[in-house]
Design a protein around this ligand. Structure first.
Ligand code: GAR
Length: 210
C-alpha cells in the first residue's frame, strides 16, 4: 500500500463534503489521512463532524474581512497546516478567498469544489446563478485554486440536469450529491500522482490496467 496522502480540509459550514471525504477514507476508497480540519466559523458543523471522527479540528480567527483572510491570519492558517505536515489542502465550502502567501506556500497543492460547471457561474450562490440563468445542465467542478476566483485548472467535472419543475434548492441538493461523488475521486488522483498541470490544463495520467 503506498503512503497515505496527508490532507487538510478548510470548511466554513455544514461540512457534508468533509463528511464524504471522511467516509471514503474509512471505506478504503481514498488513500489519505485527514491531518486536520480548520474553520473560519466557530459554529461550523464541519468542526463537529471532524471531532466525531477524531480529527484535530480548529476554529482559527479569519481576521476582520468578510471575504478573505487577513494577511496575519493567513499566516496562522499556514502555520497550523504545516504543523500537521499537510500535503494537499482541500477547500470544502470554505467561503474565503486565499491570497499569495497561502497559495505560494502550498503551490499546486490547494484544490476546491465548486457547485457549478466552471467557468460558468463562479463565486457565491452558483447553483442559484445557474438556475436563474436558465441553463438546462449544471453540475460540480473540482479545480486547483489560483489567485483569481474559481479560475484554476479543472480536475473533474460532473453534470446535473436541470428539471422543468426545479427550484434552486432542489438543484443545489442534487449538485451536492454529485460533489460528494467527485471530490474524493479528485483527491485520490492527486494521491496517486496522476494529475499533471500543463498551462491552464490539469491533465489526468491514464494508467493501463495490467
Ligand atoms: C458546497 O455546495 C460547495 O460546493 C460550496 O458550498 C457548499 C458547502 O457544503 N462551495 C462554494 O460555493 C465555494 N464557493 P458543505 O459544507 O455541506 O460541504
Amino acid at each position: 500500500m503506498p503512503k497515505k496522502l496527508i490532507i487538510g480540509v478548510l470548511a466554513s459550514g455544514q461540512g457534508s463534503n468533509l463528511q464524504a471525504i471522511i467516509d471514503n477514507v474509512r471505506q478504503g476508497k481514498l488513500n489519505a489521512k485527514i491531518g486536520c480540519v480548520i474553520s473560519d466559523n466557530p459554529a461550523a458543523v464541519a468542526l463537529e463532524r471532524a471531532k466525531e471522527a477524531n480529527i484535530p479540528a480548529y476554529y482559527i480567527y479569519p481576521g476582520e474581512y468578510k471575504t478573505k483572510l487577513s494577511p496575519e491570519q493567513e499566516i496562522a492558517y499556514v502555520k497550523c497546516l504545516k504543523e500537521y505536515k499537510i500535503e494537499l489542502i482541500c477547500l470544502a465550502g470554505f467561503m474565503r478567498i486565499l491570497h499569495s502567501h497561502f497559495l505560494q506556500t502550498f503551490k499546486g497543492r490547494v484544490i476546491n469544489i465548486h457547485p457549478a460547471l466552471l467557468p460558468s457561474f463562479p463565486g457565491l450562490h452558483a447553483q442559484e446563478q445557474a438556475f436563474n440563468y436558465g441553463v438546462k445542465v449544471s453540475g460540480a467542478t473540482v479545480h486547483f485554486v489560483d489567485e483569481e476566483v474559481d479560475t484554476g485548472p479543472i480536475i473533474i467535472q460532473k453534470t446535473v440536469k436541470v428539471k422543468e419543475n426545479d427550484t434552486p434548492e432542489l438543484l443545489a441538493k442534487r449538485i451536492l450529491k454529485v460533489e460528494h461523488q467527485i471530490y474524493f475521486q479528485a483527491i485520490q488522483l492527486f494521491a496517486e500522482g496522476r494529475i499533471k498541470i500543463e498551462g491552464r490544463k490539469a491533465k489526468i495520467v491514464v494508467r493501463n490496467k495490467e
